[in-house]
Design a protein around this ligand. Sequence first.
Ligand code: CO
Length: 461
Amino acid sequence: MKIKFTETILRDANQSLIATRMPFSEFEPILETLDKAGYYSLECWGGATFDSCLRYLNEDPWERLRKIRKACPNTKLQMLLRGQNLLGYKHYPDDVVRMFVKKSVENGINVIRIFDALNDLRNIEVAVDEALKNGAEVQGTICYTLSPIHDLESYVKTAKDLKAMGVQSICIKDMAGIMSPKEAYDTVKAIKEAVALPVVLHTHSTTGLGFMTLLKAVEAGCDVIDTAISSFSGGTAQPATETMEYVLRQYGYETGLDTAALKKINDFFKPYRAACLKEGLLNPVVMATDTDALGYQIPGGMLSNLVAQLTAQGKLDKLQEVLEETPRVRKDMGYPPLVTPMSQMVGVQATSNVLNGRYKNISKEVKNYVKGEYGRAPGEISDELKKLVLGDEKPMECRFADTLEPAFEQTKKELGETATCDEDVLSYIAFPQIAEKFFAARDELKKRTFSYNITLCEEDK
Ligand code: CO
């Protein structure tokens, strides 16, 4: 029996625990060991890493990827991609999606995990197609959520649809850490039986279910599990790599992992974890077990957002009402999975409903959602909400991206010399203002280095 591990320290654990603030220089010395540890893949790019590199770390995300590639020639590099939203929060035209995927593979990505927040597969079709064309391994992804319309049957159907698109494996993505061991066992088993593809399970330790959930998933035939090296595991991140390795090895699984390398990796990150705690970058709260999400069936991150929103308005006494309104709003919206950006949309609307009256104010995002701009709602949107937003109009039938003009070539022309390569153009399209600032800082640095070199040469004479 074999079980494979995907290590999340560089992406999801980094994102979930310290808001993706780990600079390349911090993990560079351990890349060689990560490469030798025997992981199935290293999740190291996509998600919030791209935004964070440009916005906070003054790093070129593409260059980061190339450097990781160079340091890790033997391990598959993996990224997370939000389908038609790429790494941002809006829909991009197809030519941009294709170019982004192509360049990701060219710069070193092997495995692309592609998802859509609504599980509307039309929103991942183009990215999947392009990734396959470029020889990447595609993990077709199902966003896991709990609702009266999401059941085993619906997940099996999505898995079959993903298989029909040509994906090489199916990832079950439990972004909120609410999947129980029983649900994991049943879901993995049902999907494995329905589609003969490898199944990957992604969960978070938020509610404390993580280890049990992974173990039962493996018992049901799960092929790959996502874990984080122990010093950056637990809480809102993944269950610990070493713990799962230990347990599964006892059960006779061949993990392929080198435990000495794992220890070295963990020892390397321990002082960094201590520094993050000291600086307040790592808040002990995110490392704790929070079972509230189980009762409310809303993700921990969303719960803390609601508390923050209400506190800012001096209305924390309304929390209970907002928590009761949240599932009603979600029902009205046709049960979207509570993942970005849906969790924010539902939370803000529920808060507004309690503070201002039901649907007195409807946010622009909820209006666009009801119009169909984010894709098809998983269930039926309530008549009341439809009437308020659409009047007598019909929601959009096509993909929102079908209404967008191609943008890559035009942007490239407009940027001129500001962009030094196609990757720059993509960074700009994804995050225009931030990329522009980054380019300016980079140019400034180049000029300075250049004049510094000249000065040195003159002094040499
Ligand atoms: Co995650």
